[in-house]
Design a binder for this molecule. Structure first.
Ligand SMILES: *Cc1c(COP(=O)(O)O)cnc(C)c1O
Length: 237
């Protein structure tokens, strides 16, 4: 089996899971965007995914993400071929925002006000508009990143006020060992509170390879799937 065949088969299996989760939750498949998380995998895989119809890819580390996006541009033999949208889903430091806003279309991990200001400066310098999601730290989550629910609205307001940023909505990672259904239910409540104030901020980024069904049930609009498409990642040292 070629890598292309393997990726095609994995994508088909994930698509089947999404379609059945939608049927179960009485949702329309078109409400959901699949983001394939390509971290640790080479640009050649991203190119194959794009050829197979994947429109959105995600990365969690700079500079790995930047090097891959540059390699992808260089590979573009056919000028009519378009690059997939690039989502940055990892923890972000303010000293990386100038670089990240040059290639990312959506940043999922905005968890503090300081980051909003830095992203706005970066996007302005690059003359780009970047969609931002507020990453919500769910209550069962002791260690992982994300803004406390009480801070989410203030961060959302800052994003909305920033000239080069668009408030897309919210994002979360289900805490390790927690019940995904409960965790995503909490995210949905935070999303409702944000949408009361900002009706267009309808994106809910939730659900990974292990919990996409629960995320679909809780109203996710964007799924972030890595391993189920690309295979298990080698452990990083
Ligand atoms: C790696 C990663 C994913 C994908 O996880 P899988 O278990 O490989 O599907 C999703 N979201 C974030 C923030 C990630 O870092």
């Amino acid at each position: 089996m070629t890598r292309r065949d393997e990726l095609a088969a994995n994508l088909a299996a994930v698509e089947l899971r999404i379609v059945s989760a939608c049927a179960e939750a009485s949702r329309d498949r078109d409400e959901i965007t699949l983001i394939v998380i390509t971290k640790t995998y080479p640009a050649s895989d991203v190119e194959l995914l794009a050829e197979l119809g994947v429109t959105d890819v995600g990365e969690n580390r700079h500079p790995e993400a930047q090097l891959k996006m540059e390699a992808l541009l260089a590979m573009e033999a056919n000028p009519s071929k378009t690059l997939p949208r690039c989502h940055f889903v990892g923890g972000l430091q303010t000293n990386k925002t100038n670089a990240v806003t040059r290639y990312a279309d959506v940043v999922h991990s905005v968890d503090r006000l300081k980051l909003v200001n830095a992203l706005e400066r970066g996007a302005a310098a690059a003359s780009r508009t970047v969609t931002c999601l507020v990453q919500v730290g769910l209550s069962e989550d002791a260690g992982r990143s994300g803004a406390p629910a009480a801070d989410v609205l203030a961060i959302a307001e800052a994003i909305d006020a920033a000239e080069h940023l668009i408030l897309g909505g919210v994002m979360a990672v289900a805490p390790l060992g927690a019940d995904a259904q409960t965790a995503f239910g909490e995210l949905r409540s935070v999303s409702l509170a944000v949408r009361e104030r900002f009706p267009d901020a309808s994106m809910i980024s939730a659900g990974m390879s292990g919990d996409l069904e629960e995320a679909v049930k809780a109203g996710a609009t964007h799924l972030r799937i890595g391993r189920s498409v690309l295979g298990e990642r080698p452990l990083l040292g």
